[in-house]
Design a protein around this ligand. Structure first.
Ligand code: 5GP
Length: 140
């Protein structure tokens, strides 16, 4: 399947639709998942047009992982998570629903199983509060 430049994350990158952004550098963008599986569920994407792992250039992969490594501790601290799951799906058969490469940073909480994938929309104000907690931890 060819990369579709009208996928939702490409539109977020172009500023055509809003997102609750947490971090941005030259090569990556991190923003809150609108249907979080747990409070603090964050997505990291490259600014490179790639559908998934199979067409992702090495430099973009490195840039995304560098941002994930920077943000995961901030998510853990800011959201007071007991653990962090790093998740990345490739192809519809694997559960991928948005076809611009992305890595999920999913906080895990003891005794609270993650909610269903891409199921329930969160209130934008709540996403903003969680983003602020993560940003604060990032600047500590
Ligand atoms: P995938 O299934 O492709 O691994 O994950 C896509 C993720 O994007 C899902 O967790 C879903 O909740 C999230 N998502 C879908 N549409 C939007 C959107 O418009 N904005 C944001 N911020 N997240 C989205």
């Amino acid at each position: 399947m060819a990369y579709d430049a009208d996928n939702i994350f490409a539109k977020i990158l172009r500023g055509e639709i809003p997102a609750v952004k947490v971090f941005e550098d030259d090569n990556t963008l991190a923003f809150m998942d609108v249907m979080p599986q747990a409070p603090g569920h964050l997505l990291v994407i490259p600014k490179t047009a790639a559908e998934n792992l199979f067409d992702l250039p090495d430099p973009a992969a490195a840039a995304v992982m560098s941002t994930v490594r920077r943000l995961a501790p901030a998510v853990r601290q800011g959201m007071q998570a007991d653990g962090i799951r790093i998740m990345q799906l490739n192809g519809a058969a694997a559960g991928q629903t948005v076809f611009h490469y992305h890595v999920h940073i999913l906080p895990c909480y003891d005794g609270r199983p993650a909610r269903e994938h891409a199921a329930d929309m969160e209130d934008i104000g709540v996403l903003g509060q969680h983003a602020a907690l993560i940003r604060a931890a990032l600047s500590d």
